[in-house]
Design a protein around this ligand. Structure first.
Ligand code: SF4
Length: 253
């Protein structure tokens, strides 16, 4: 039997932002030749790695601020920076972020909170496709609440309303609610740059409505024809890796 297609929050948000970008990123292999390394991606990946190791309960090698800084140095990715100066500046900033976030996590460690998983791939069958998503961290609080934590390295602020309206966070809540039936699931975005967090959750009725919407969007994505991928000029084109490819298409206007 043929395997069901899979869709992740990244795929879905890419399609919603620009179907052509979806084509070049996930379907047409020519797209990969146009991808450029990005400094913000390197920076974010390094910070994620440090926090993954720090919160991994099976990893006893990273428990102090000093350990975290060592992992930061070992994990640093220097791809995508425009110059050595730009990289040094980002490196220093990242170090400050690790110091502040890890120090704070140690000082405010809550009694009874267990980290169940880090960098965990969740999936669930929603009918026409499998919804998948990789969560940065899954905690279980003392009262049994499951908390999904998503790290954002580029954001300088986060609000409860933003967490509630975030498509990826809604996907993660749907996935976690299937994995932990009967337990309250909440979602938190941790804006690392300012060490600020906001938490929100969708009610059971909101999750049901979201599931219906995501199935409909997913079906649109999976049934898209070549015309649906036509490139269209939009603000996102500026700085897009695929601009040269799209410009070759006579439909790009
Ligand atoms: S250049 Fe514009 S139309 Fe083409 S993939 Fe990028 S955002 Fe989409």
């Amino acid at each position: 039997m043929a395997r069901k297609p899979t869709l992740s929050p990244s795929r879905i948000t890419t399609f919603l932002a620009c179907p052509s970008k979806y084509l070049w990123t996930y379907i047409d292999p020519r797209g990969k030749w146009y991808l450029r390394a990005k400094s913000y991606y390197s920076f974010g990946t390094t910070l994620h790695k440090v926090l993954e190791r720090f919160h991994d309960e099976g990893d006893q090698g990273v428990t102090t601020v000093g350990d975290a800084l060592r992992i930061y140095e070992e994990s640093w990715i220097d791809a995508g920076f425009a110059s050595a100066e730009e990289m040094q500046e980002a490196y220093g900033e990242g170090k400050e972020i690790v110091l502040s976030v890890v120090e704070d996590a140690i000082a405010k460690r809550e009694e009874g909170v267990r980290t169940l998983a880090v960098e965990k791939l969740l999936k669930t069958d929603v009918g026409p496709f499998e919804l998948i998503g990789r969560v940065d961290r899954l905690d279980e609080r003392a009262d049994g609440t499951i908390e999904i934590v998503d790290y954002k390295s580029g954001r300088s602020a986060v609000t409860e309303a933003q967490v509630k309206d975030d498509l990826a966070m809604a996907c993660y809540q749907l996935l976690a609610s299937r994995m932990f039936p009967g337990q309250q699931v909440v979602a938190t975005i941790h804006a690392l740059r300012v060490n600020a967090k906001a938490t929100a959750f969708l009610s059971a009725a909101e999750l049901e409505e979201f599931e219906r919407d995501i199935i409909q969007i997913g079906q649109t994505i999976l049934s898209a024809s070549i015309d649906d991928y036509s490139p269209r000029l939009k603000p996102l084109c500026e700085g897009c890796d695929f601009l040269a490819l799209c410009k070759k298409d006579p439909r790009y206007e």
